[in-house]
Design a protein around this ligand. Structure first.
Ligand code: FUB
Length: 311
């Protein structure tokens, strides 16, 4: 009985409001945050969709943007690490959507959704680039690859403790595929990610886009946006390939048509990166990246983040 009372009390505690502000005065979205150690020292690198260079009527930018910070307080706009035109197989006006980056074997890899139907991969010696095409064709191509889905976008890469790399992507049906150790070759078939236990009482609680996998302790957390607009929710499992069981909401709907999250841990603390409408003149195609601390309950559940815009 006491246990039940404690559990109910824990459920009833509202999460403390967390004050957030944009990392830049430039519009940006779809954060892919990382802490990379280079010869220059350790720093945070956030790769982003560059909303400031789109038309303002759609997500039609053709370049990605990079922001860096030593302390997560002061952020530097590091410019354009990659443009669609680097991929000679892509139309030069193809859309540059939610990016991802990864480090392995002394190199930095940039996973770049191009035009809504392909994912390219580029490689660099330093996280700021310059990134060059790591292949001569797309890593994932809807027209070429079985089970690539209707819209192979939003790549997210996870490397497990055994060194196996996985790439998640896709809208409406989440996909996962293993990557070879070279990080630029698919290793086996593209599979659907199974999410079990989504509450039938809420028809909006479905997979939309923005898949992301992270590990906390021995548990694998699969988070995603439920759609347009999207809540950020999560499910857990005991394998990076799933299946995953729905657990709850990480971030509620915001007043914006999309959302896209990433979760990182650094020096024992966890952070949720996402985007919102935080800057004057902002909106659905003029978004702003921000982040907030993320905490876990004793049972491994993620406490819902409740951000409040800093004044
Ligand atoms: O930025 C364009 C698209 O909006 C991304 O690919 C999605 O994740 C959504 O945030």
């Amino acid at each position: 009985m006491f246990r039940l009372a404690v559990a109910l009390f824990a459920l009833a505690i509202p999460a403390a409001a967390q004050s957030v502000q944009p990392i830049s005065s430039r519009f940006n979205a779809d954060p892919s945050p990382h802490y990379f150690q280079t010869a220059d020292g350790g720093a945070f690198y956030v790769y982003a969709t560059d909303d400031a260079s789109n038309s303002g009527k759609y997500w039609d930018s053709t370049t990605w943007r990079l922001y860096t910070s030593r302390d997560m307080k002061s952020w530097t706009d590091a410019g354009i690490p990659l443009a669609v035109t680097v991929f000679k197989w892509a139309r030069p006006d193809a859309k540059a959507w939610a990016p991802e980056a990864a480090y392995r074997n002394g190199k930095y890899y940039f996973y770049a959704p191009v035009g809504g139907d392909k994912i390219g991969v580029a490689v660099a010696e330093h996280p700021t680039g310059p990134f060059a095409d790591a292949r001569t064709d797309a890593l994932v191509d809807k027209a070429r690859d079985a089970n690539a889905g209707d819209e192979p976008i939003d790549p997210a890469v996870f490397v497990d403790q055994g060194g196996q790399a996985y790439m998640y992507f896709g809208t409406r049906v989440p996909k996962v595929v293993k990557l070879k150790a070279d990080m630029v070759t698919l290793d086996g078939p593209i599979q659907n990610v199974k999410i079990e236990g989504l509450p039938a009482s809420d028809p909006k609680k479905v997979y939309g886009e923005a898949p992301f996998l992270h590990q906390h302790g021995s548990v694998y957390y699969f988070s995603f946006s439920t759609g347009w607009p999207g809540q950020i929710v999560y499910a857990t499992g005991d394998s990076p390939l799933g299946p995953f069981t729905y657990r709850g909401v990480v971030l509620d709907y915001l007043k914006i048509s999309t959302n896209h999250q990433a979760i990182i841990e650094h020096q024992g603390k966890s952070y949720l990166f996402y985007h919102d409408n935080l800057l004057p003149g902002g909106g659905h195609f003029r978004r702003s990246i921000t982040f907030a601390p993320l905490e876990y309950d004793k049972d491994g559940g993620i406490r819902q983040v409740k951000p409040v815009k800093a004044q």
